[in-house]
Write a protein that binds this ligand. Structure first.
Ligand SMILES: C[S@@+](CC[C@H](N)C(=O)[O-])C[C@H]1O[C@@H](n2cnc3c(N)ncnc32)[C@H](O)[C@@H]1O
Length: 261
């Protein structure tokens, strides 16, 4: 009951912030990344937590199902934290992001690292998957936290591009937040209270598209059974930066390892 009252009291502030978000998702992401001044645990980017415990959940799935002789493409790479982690496991890693400011920051944060490159590309645009396939051949794909902020049509366009990229030999590891409550209860779970919204969350509410659920049902809609085979899937814990005096912030998530049929 208290929670619901708090949600009602948070509504005006959340609505005021959300109004600032540009309607065009690509413009929203560029605007968001262009204003980021600091990343990492103490930084401004909600999902840019330490990799440690979350990565342990993916490592054995990658090792069990992906050909580590193929390159890997990190779709929606942001500031490239996960691209750098992947680069140590595959011969080369390419991070792609719709926001040029994210790509510039990722390149800066990865300076001096061999075999990691970044590129600005909107992977929901038809044909971009084929372009990457022509340039790199069959590749593995990693996606963290992108599908849950896309609309259903964009999700299907993105999965179709990924199908082109993986071809017959690559695999995709998808990992998404899957909080099942309403957006306000999600914000509460991240430490928001009436009159007090943690800064990284406030930046997200006022800058980027509203996140949705992404679990097995949503995955099936985006990656139809006729086109994809699922090699492993299940719950996962996604880490966000610590907020509201906590030492960590964990969000329920869903992962799937898939190959194209
Ligand atoms: C929630 S962030 C996750 C970033 C990164 N994967 C991570 O986990 O640290 C989502 C990222 O996807 C990017 N993105 C959103 N739509 C995209 C699209 N259509 N094509 C490529 N990147 C996209 C955003 O710019 C943003 O950097």
């Amino acid at each position: 009951m208290l929670n619901i009252l708090d949600q009602l009291r948070m509504m005006p502030e959340v609505a005021r912030l959300a109004k600032r978000t540009p309607r065009d998702p690509a413009a929203a992401w560029e605007g968001y990344w262009s204003r980021v001044r600091s990343t990492g645990t103490e930084g401004e980017v909600l999902w840019d937590a330490e990799i440690g415990t979350e990565a342990d959940q993916y490592a054995h799935v990658l090792e069990g199902h992906m050909d580590d002789g193929l390159p890997i493409i990190d779709v929606g790479c942001g500031n490239g934290r996960w691209t750098r982690w992947l680069a140590g496991r595959f011969p080369s890693a390419l991070g792609v992001d719709v926001a040029e400011s994210a790509v510039r920051r990722a390149a800066r944060e990865s300076e001096g690292l061999p075999a990691v490159v970044f590129r600005t590309l909107d992977l929901t645009v038809p044909g971009t998957g084929r372009l990457l396939q022509e340039e790199h051949g069959d590749s593995n794909v990693f996606v963290r936290g992108v599908f849950h902020v896309l609309r259903p049509r964009q999700r299907r366009d993105l999965s179709e591009n990924i199908r082109q990229v993986v071809g017959s030999r690559g695999r995709v590891l998808l990992t998404e937040t899957n909080f099942r409550g309403n957006p306000l209860s999600y914000m509460q779970s991240l430490g928001a209270r009436p009159g007090s919204i943690p800064a990284p969350l406030e930046r997200a509410i006022g800058g980027i598209p509203v996140p949705g659920h992404f679990g097995r049902a949503e995955r099936r809609a985006a990656f139809p059974d006729g086109s994809w085979s699922v090699l492993a899937d299940g719950p996962v814990t996604i880490e966000a930066v610590p907020m509201s005096g906590r030492t960590s912030t964990s969000i329920p998530g869903y992962f799937a390892m898939m190959g194209a049929r």
